[in-house]
Every structure is written in C-alpha cells, then in structure tokens.
Design a protein around this ligand. Structure first.
Ligand code: SAM
Length: 235
C-alpha cells in the first residue's frame, strides 16, 4: 500500500492546519479566480506543476526589479498598498485561503496595479522554488496565532519556516513581523535570531512609515488587542 504522507520522490507531504475555504464566493470573485490567477502566477509552483522543483526565473518574470514577499496576505490590502506605493518593486504574495485570494483579485482590479504576483497556496511551496538570496524584503503580517501551547510549533516563527525564509532572502534584506499576540512576540524574539536574523527594531507599537493597517489588525484593535511591530535583517 502506498503511504499517502510520503511523496513518490520520498519527501514528506506537509501538513497545513489553517482554513482554505470560507464563505461562498460571489459570482465576480469566481470569475476573477478563473480568469486572473494564471497571468498573476510567479511561475510553476508545487509538485504537480513543477515536479523537479526547478527554481523560478524571477528575472524573466520581473526584469531587474527587486522582489519582495508577503507571507499570508489575507485580504491583500497591504500587498496592493505596497505594490501601488513601490511601482519599481515586484511583490509576490502567498495565501492558501481562497476567499482572501478572491478579495485580493478584486483589489488588484480596482487599483490597477500590475507589479505583483500571486501564489494561491502555501508559502512553503514558494520557498521550494525560490532561488537563494532572491528576495529583498519579506512581510509577515499577523501570522496565525495558534494560541494553545501545544500548537506553538505550528507558528511561522519556527525553524523549518525560518530556515527556508533565511535562504531565499538576500543579504541585507529586511524581515518585518506584525502581531497582536504578546506570546507570539516572545516566540519571535526567541526563534528568529537563532535562524540567523538580527533584530533591528522593536518590539514597538510604532508602525513602519509605509504601513497599511490590515483587516486582521483592525479586528484586533476592535477587540482591544494592540499591535507589536518587529524588524529583523539578514546580515
Ligand atoms: C491571521 S491571518 C492575517 C492575514 C493578513 N496578513 C492580515 O494581516 O489581515 C493569517 C493568514 O496567514 C495565512 N497562512 C497561514 N499559513 C500559511 C502558509 N503556510 N503560507 C501562506 N499563508 C499562510 C492564513 O491563511 C491567513 O490568511
């Protein structure tokens, strides 16, 4: 019998614990998902599309633009804001929650931005095919909090994710983290420096000058939780 947890090439399938689907999508969202994702693709990602995990050709896709990465963009407001603010940069976003991707596509259409690419799935699949030192800035805005102690190893700020992020970041690249969970700040401070990053600023309640408050941050504020911002750098 085949072991469904193991890929035919011998590597393990990864567990994903978050939500992939939410409320029913409206007709316009369904149209955009079918119509727009191919053009927004950064290139072949995932075992099906890219069985040999051939690294993405970012130069062919984005030219000489620096490439930034947003991990778990949610509804996409920060991603579109950054793309509009920095037209000379290309921003790649990954998000497995299809309703979030659908919201992003609506925002891209409304803003008319073209300097971004979207992977509608797990950022680990993007890491697998990003060349070393290819990303000049990364954003982790309000990662899933996983509040129960037994779930803390599912958080992004754990060695598997951080090693992959570190590899794809260019020397000197900035890594921004925003969270409303004090225990997430604790784990970030504990785990990110051993992965090779240097803490440059924070934790602070003062956002970056080009920050755009996200949907999740707005919800946190309504519910009485405060933002914490941290800035790391790959030396
Ligand atoms: C709490 S939400 C925050 C969304 C958005 N950044 C914001 O601030 O509104 C966390 C997001 O991370 C996404 N996420 C979780 N695991 C992920 C992974 N492995 N790769 C990419 N995104 C992921 C979730 O689907 C979710 O949309």
């Amino acid at each position: 019998m085949t072991d469904r947890r193991i890929h035919p090439d011998g590597t393990p399938w990864r567990n994903f614990y978050g939500r992939i689907k939410g409320k029913t999508l409206n007709a316009a969202q369904v149209v955009r998902l079918e119509r727009d994702l191919e053009e927004l693709s950064p290139g072949p990602i995932g075992r099906e599309a890219n069985p040999d995990l051939i690294p993405l050709d970012l130069k062919a896709r984005f030219g000489d633009r620096p490439v930034w990465l947003e991990i778990g963009f949610g509804g996409g407001e920060h991603l579109v804001h950054m793309a509009a603010t920095y037209p000379d940069v290309a921003i790649l976003g990954a998000e497995p929650f299809v309703n979030g991707v659908a919201m992003l596509l609506g925002k891209i259409e409304a803003a008319g931005v073209t300097n971004l690419a979207v992977h509608p799935g797990d950022v680990r699949d993007v890491f697998d095919v990003l060349p070393d030192a290819s990303i000049e800035k990364a954003f982790l805005n309000y990662p899933d909090p996983w509040p129960k102690a037994r779930h803390h190893r599912r958080r992004f700020v754990t060695p598997e994710y951080l090693a992959a992020l570190f590899r794809v970041l260019a020397p000197g690249a900035e890594f921004r983290v925003a969270t409303d969970i004090p225990d997430y700040v604790r784990q970030t401070l504990e785990e990110v420096p051993p992965a090779g990053f240097v803490l440059e600023k924070g934790p602070t309640d003062e956002a970056w000058p080009d920050w755009l408050s996200t949907r999740y941050e707005q919800k946190a504020l309504r519910e009485g939780r405060s933002p914490h911002y941290l800035t790391f750098r790959k030396p």
